[in-house]
Design a protein around this ligand. Structure first.
Ligand code: ZN
Length: 72
C-alpha cells in the first residue's frame, strides 16, 4: 500500500516506514518533527516529559493559529 507522508508529502510504502505511525509518516524523522516527539519515546517517557511535549505542540499550534488570524 502506498501512502503519502503527512509531514513531507512524499509517497512511501507503509511497510518501509520507520515511524510507529506507519500510515501517517514516511519515517521517524517526520514523526518526530511533526509531533515534537516520537510515539516510541512517548510510550517510555515519564509523564512530565509527555506533558511538556504536548504543551510544546499546543503552543506551536496556537502560534500558527494566531499568525493565520493576523494574516487574514
Ligand atoms: Zn515524511
Amino acid at each position: 500500500m502506498m501512502m503519502k507522508c503527512t509531514r513531507c508529502g512524499i509517497a512511501y510504502s507503509h511497510t518501509r516506514s520507520t515511524s510507529a505511525l506507519v500510515l501517517t509518516y514516511c519515517g521517524m524523522l517526520c514523526e518526530v518533527s511533526d509531533l515534537g516527539y516520537s510515539m516510541a519515546a512517548f510510550e517510555k517517557a515519564p509523564i512530565v516529559e509527555l506533558r511538556r511535549a504536548i504543551r510544546r505542540r499546543q503552543e506551536r499550534e496556537e502560534v500558527i493559529g494566531l499568525a493565520a488570524r493576523m494574516a487574514a
